[in-house]
Design a protein around this ligand. Sequence first.
Ligand code: SF4
Length: 243
Amino acid sequence: MLHLAPDTPAGGTRVLHPRSIEVLNAHFAIRPAEELLDYALSGALGRIALVSSFGAESAVLLHLAARLDAATPVLFLDTEMLFPETLAYQRALATRLGLTNIHHIRPGPVAADLHRTDPDACCAARKSAPLEQALVGFDGWITGRKRFQSGTRATLPLVEPDAGRIKLNPLAHWQRDRIADYFDTHALPRHPLIARGYASIGCAPCTTTVNPGEDPRAGRWRGQAKTECGIHFVHGRAERTKT
Ligand code: SF4
């Protein structure tokens, strides 16, 4: 039984005491990801949603959650700039996993060419703002981020505060091989663009294939200074990171 410090209601959501976050990180550091997911989805931390891009590795977290509770709220951020293959994969994977509570999150009106003129503003309008709106009513969210993905994620905790909510990263400590093994063990379908050379899959105008030896994320915003999308906070600070 976990003993957490009293939390603080704020604006309709629960804000965990920093000590509670320490307790959660210490407790689950030596336990399987499934236990943290199970705990989060049990209601012990309030109302928790899973946010997924249905990208290259998303099937693992979605499969783990579906096995615990097929009605887990899944927020799928459809920027309206995704590859058609991603939309097809989203439908097929949701059916395969039996997920019954998927929320399709879409932006309001956004200029079609904003990604060319101001990609940060485009990400804010197509990703950050719709996600923030979709999270109203939730006390926290689950991501599929992992430490191996980038230098800024190297110290990613399992549990962290995030702008008044709690954010859970149950796969933070998983390595690339383990992800691949999980796909194979459970015969999970791969995103169709992986076979065509895409390693990290975001919006179509901002994603290219990668060459052998390149960082998997080299295809995101290729040729631009931008490397981040802006929907994550790291250690409580807004930190623009790739998703
Ligand atoms: Fe816009 Fe590109 Fe960001 Fe997608 S990744 S929201 S198209 S700038």
